[in-house]
Design a protein around this ligand. Structure first.
Ligand SMILES: Cc1cc2nc3c(=O)[nH]c(=O)nc-3n(C[C@H](O)[C@H](O)[C@H](O)COP(=O)(O)O)c2cc1C
Length: 204
């Protein structure tokens, strides 16, 4: 079972989210690990040609021209990599109350009809059964009480993975790292412990 890490951590070694990822991986010790660093391999936006190619092929079953095929080749590679994993570990900070654009664009690439989801008997159905996903997220603010609805990141992550039919989707979030600097070490330590506990449950 391959573990795929998809990360967008532009602060590199200084990243708080990286600490959650490290805690998870140190406990999990996956036999097969592949990492997609979205700060290096930036997912492509749909443009007129690539979106046309996607619709022609995946909605209407039409053959693509070589140029159309080339326009969605990088998305196809990302889909293949995504589907090859038994566990997907996504690591991302919150940016502007949601996920950073690179993470959203990644989902736009891999949420591909008839690859990761399909329309079956008139309803949407996921195609990622038998797999698990966890999102590791850190935030500067605290999303409780009247601010809870400002967190558009974790509902988005949960919805995207659930839609694709993953057997289990977990979100581990360390929130308030900037709003409560004195408590930040404890907040991070608690989230690291949650990440280790999940890895222990999933990898034994
Ligand atoms: C461009 C940018 C936008 C951010 N937007 C938010 C935000 O909307 N809400 C929030 O709570 N924190 C926000 N933050 C704070 C980060 O989510 C927080 O510091 C996080 O822990 C950073 O993760 P990292 O240490 O892995 O880079 C933002 C940070 C940056 C750099």
């Amino acid at each position: 079972m391959k573990t795929l890490v998809v990360k967008y951590l532009p602060r590199g070694e200084a990243s708080n989210t990286k600490r959650l990822l490290d805690a998870f991986l140190q406990q999990a010790r996956p036999a097969q690990l592949e990492t997609l660093d979205l700060t290096i391999y930036q997912p492509e936006f749909f443009g007129p040609e690539s979106l046309g190619a996607y619709i022609h092929r995946n909605y209407f079953g039409q053959a693509l021209t070589p140029s159309e095929a080339e326009s969605i080749a990088s998305m196809d590679r990302m889909v293949k990599q995504f589907k090859s994993a038994g566990v997907v570990v996504m690591a991302t900070p919150m940016f502007n109350f949601s996920v950073p654009g690179a993470i959203k664009t990644y989902f736009d690439c891999i949420m591909m009809k008839d690859e990761t989801w399909e329309i079956r008997d008139g309803a949407y159905a996921g195609l990622m059964q038998g797999r698990r996903a966890v999102a590791l997220v850190t935030t500067g603010g605290i999303y409780e009480g009247m601010w809870a609805s400002y967190d558009l990141a974790t509902p988005l992550l949960k919805t995207e993975f659930d839609f694709m039919g993953f057997d289990e989707v977990q979100i581990i979030m360390a929130q308030g790292l900037n709003a409560r600097p004195a408590e930040a070490p404890d907040i991070l330590a608690r989230a690291e412990e949650q990440a280790r506990a999940l890895a222990k449950r999933w990898y034994g």
